[in-house]
Write a protein that binds this ligand. Structure first.
Ligand code: NDP
Length: 257
């Protein structure tokens, strides 16, 4: 078995921006092959042009289960394996618990929990049969704590973390690593008006939820963390002999709060 990630095949969700893009770049510049997936695959055109032999961009909305099955089957048929699955696609959501609808909550669970679970189920059997592979699940500091306006977001990330923890124990005997990444505040498009979703503010919660909303909006583009550094840290953690279960990145969580 290879001692480093060199020459491996990565499948990254949400590879069009932020962490996903940085993780894809780090992998391809180190000599690996990257299947970058996102809804906006055109955002990967430059990486595709720079590394035509080792980058592929595939359109994938991770809330579309049928599409997940089709994409993973196609990738396995053509590449024979995926060594590293990175469940990264996500979005932020700020809103009072009382005004969060079933629909909004379900949609966020589809994106942060059911999509990653389905991708993992699809790619796990070949990892188990080969006796190697890694599943990287991008959670958040919000997977361990929550506060006004963040209940739905944190609930989905906490669910992702517990799925990951149980999975890690199950698949360790097969040489498969599961890495939960908990970033603090990083400079990505997550907090941008376009990418972010904010439910309407309930007047009774305007003060507390409004404060979180303001923090998130004001933070757009000014977060301390560099996603390229996060990508390097993830790579180091995966290459380590004793990969940790959780990787908390950046001491920024407290500043953000
Ligand atoms: P960005 O907004 O920069 O990137 C989000 C990515 O997710 C985009 O590539 C987007 O691609 C993709 N995405 C969103 N919805 C879907 C969907 N339905 N199907 C497929 N892809 C989708 O933000 P980040 O890089 O910050 O976010 C990546 C992860 O990091 C998220 O899970 C987020 O929760 C987590 N995180 C980020 C923190 C930060 O400080 N930035 C802190 C803690 C956690 P497209 O629109 O093309 O589909």
């Amino acid at each position: 078995e290879e001692m480093t990630e060199n020459g491996k095949v990565w499948l990254v969700t949400g590879a069009s921006s932020g962490f996903g893009r940085a993780i894809a770049e780090a992998a391809v510049t180190a000599g690996d092959t990257v299947i970058g997936t996102a809804r906006r695959t055109e955002a990967l055109a430059d990486l595709l042009a720079a590394y035509p032999d080792r980058v592929e961009a595939i359109s994938l909305d991770v809330t579309d289960g049928g599409r997940i099955d089709a994409v993973t089957a196609d990738v396995l048929a053509r590449y024979g394996r995926v060594d590293v699955l990175v469940n990264n696609a996500g979005r932020t959501q700020v809103g009072a618990f009382e005004e969060t609808t079933d629909r909004e909550l379900r949609d966020l669970f589809e994106l942060h929990v059911f999509g990653p679970a389905r991708l993992t189920r699809a790619l796990l059997p070949q990892m188990r049969e080969r006796g190697s592979g890694s599943v990287v699940n991008i959670s958040s500091f919000g997977g361990q704590l929550s506060f006004a306006g963040f209940s739905a977001y944190s609930a989905t990330k906490a669910a992702l973390e517990q799925l990951s923890e149980g999975l890690a124990d199950e698949v360790a005997p097969f040489g498969i690593k599961v890495l939960i990444v908990e970033p603090g505040a990083f400079r990505t498009n997550l907090f941008g008006q376009g990418a972010a979703y904010f439910s309407e503010e309930h007047p009774a919660y305007a003060e507390k939820v409004g404060a979180t909303r303001k923090l998130v909006q004001d933070g757009d583009g000014t977060q301390p963390g560099d996603p390229a550094k996060a990508a390097r840290a993830i790579r180091l953690a995966l290459d380590a002999e004793n990969t940790p279960l959780r990787l908390a990145l950046g001491g920024d969580a407290v500043d953000f709060l």
